[in-house]
Design a protein around this ligand. Structure first.
Ligand SMILES: N[C@@H](CC(=O)c1ccccc1NC=O)C(=O)O
Ligand SMILES: [Zn+2]
Ligand SMILES: [Zn+2]
Length: 207
């Protein structure tokens, strides 16, 4: 059975401080058109559960359409690392992540999803280098960012991208035990996109 690990998109969803609020409205009603309701969306590309394309933080970086969709479908390992401020290489080494290409880290650090957290755990740079060295291609978090909330230079975004590791943010992993899963988290085919909301799904691997 597939489990939905995406944030629900309604008009109350929290967005990055100062970012475009999410809005869905029926722009043309069935009564008006005489035939159908037609919705209109206004949203930031970093709304809810979403991926970042390198263009988000690098003007020369790949846009969403350029990203290989195979990154976002396939086996993924979930690890549970609660109550940490800094996720260190030594800790990841202990988890025996050989052959893991998609790694989802459940931190449980974003408790009240009606607001953005002030502080979030982050990976130390050595941890990013370690994940790259073992062949990780996608990293996902139950957090709104892979850098500190107040960061303007986004060092982890840059380091992940230059290491070939793609970014998935804002997962809901509250009830998901550690283990091996299948993941689907496909971005929209946004030709100019710096990011895209995804519908993120997990299915437990029998093992
Ligand atoms: N890096 C964050 C988003 C982010 O930084 C951001 C999103 C919307 C408006 C402003 C943002 N950052 C401003 O410094 C992310 O990847 O979702
Ligand atoms: Zn983002
Ligand atoms: Zn990001």
């Amino acid at each position: 059975m597939w489990i939905d690990v995406s944030q629900r998109l309604d008009n109350n969803i929290a967005v990055w401080p100062g970012d475009t609020p999410f809005s869905y409205e029926v722009d043309v009603s069935k009564e008006e058109s005489g035939s159908v309701n037609i919705g209109k969306l206004t949203l930031s590309t970093h709304t809810g559960t979403h991926i970042d394309a390198p263009f988000h933080f690098d003007n020369e970086g790949k846009k969403v359409i350029d990203l290989d969709i195979n990154l976002y479908i396939g086996s993924a390992v979930i690890v549970h690392l609660p109550n940490r401020q800094l996720i260190q290489k030594e800790e990841l080494e202990k988890l025996k992540l050989d052959n893991v290409t998609r790694l989802l880290i459940r931190t449980d650090a974003w408790q009240n999803r009606t607001v953005y957290p002030e502080e979030i755990p982050t990976l130390e740079s050595e941890a990013i280098d370690y994940l790259a060295s073992i062949g990780v291609l996608l990293i996902g978090f139950d957090l709104p960012s892979v850098d500190h909330m107040e960061s303007k230079t986004l060092p982890n975004h840059h380091r992940l991208a230059s290491s070939g590791i793609h970014i998935l943010e804002g997962l809901i992993l509250d009830d998901i035990p550690s283990g091996l899963y299948q993941l689907i988290a496909l971005p929209l085919p946004l030709v100019e996109g710096d990011g895209s909301p995804v519908r993120a799904l997990l299915k437990k691997e029998k093992k």
